[in-house]
Design a protein. Structure first.
Length: 192
């Protein structure tokens, strides 16, 4: 796929604060637009279909896979799929905005491979695995089983950090957003 704008990919273990950092970046920079992913996971009570995710059944999701509609997709958790639709990417570029993605580590590396120098790959790191566990527990969105799944995945994901263009440690959220914002502005060659 030929890039028609820049892409910023924010990846991190679940619970590292990635979504808050993405929201912070979107609030500061109107030239960025969020790529709404498709997923087969269940909608959380506060989430809105078509805003947080495009929520699909397994059948709907796999029909789109068969149709070649995805730029990338992953079985992020067993039997739970997430993916980026070409349609989403094209819609944002048509609005002359740069795209910000919130994806898992493998998705981030795939997007980087597709867009190369037009892509900034940002890894958000929790201060420690213990902090991550505490944050996920306090979020109250996970069962003990899904919490364990996320921690196991996080341990694996942390090993990939060296493959990223930049690393931001999320200890204090406002500091992390500012750090990420400076990196994004440098990449886009605009004053911060
Ligand atoms: P959550 O269920 O917490 O919303 O997301 C779980 C994980 O899936 C997160 O790491 C999130 O970034 C990732 N994810 C969300 N959308 C996509 C996507 O389109 N592609 C890939 N590869 N991962 C995604």
């Amino acid at each position: 796929m030929e890039p028609r704008g820049k892409t910023i990919v924010v990846a991190a273990p679940s619970g590292a604060g990635k979504t808050s950092i993405v929201r912070g970046l979107l609030a500061q920079h109107s030239f960025l637009a969020f790529s709404i992913s498709a997923t087969t996971r269940k909608k959380r009570p506060h989430e809105v279909d078509g805003k947080d995710y495009h929520f699909f059944t397994n059948e709907q999701f796999h029909a789109k896979v068969e149709n070649g509609d995805f730029l990338e997709y992953e079985e992020v958790y067993k039997n739970t799929f997430y993916g980026t639709l070409y349609a989403e990417v094209n819609k944002i570029w048509a609005e002359n905005k740069h795209i910000i993605f919130d994806v898992d580590v493998e998705g981030a590396l795939n997007i980087k491979e597709t867009f190369g120098d037009n892509c900034l790959n940002l890894f958000i790191k929790p201060p420690s695995l213990y902090t991550l566990y505490e944050r996920l527990k306090n979020r109250n969105t996970e069962t003990e089983e899904s919490l364990q799944k996320r921690i196991t995945k996080a341990e694996k994901e942390l090993k990939y950090q060296t493959k990223f263009d930049q690393i931001v440690i999320n200890d204090k959220l406002d500091v992390a957003i500012n750090d990420a914002s400076k990196i994004v502005c440098e990449f886009l060659k605009i004053p911060s």
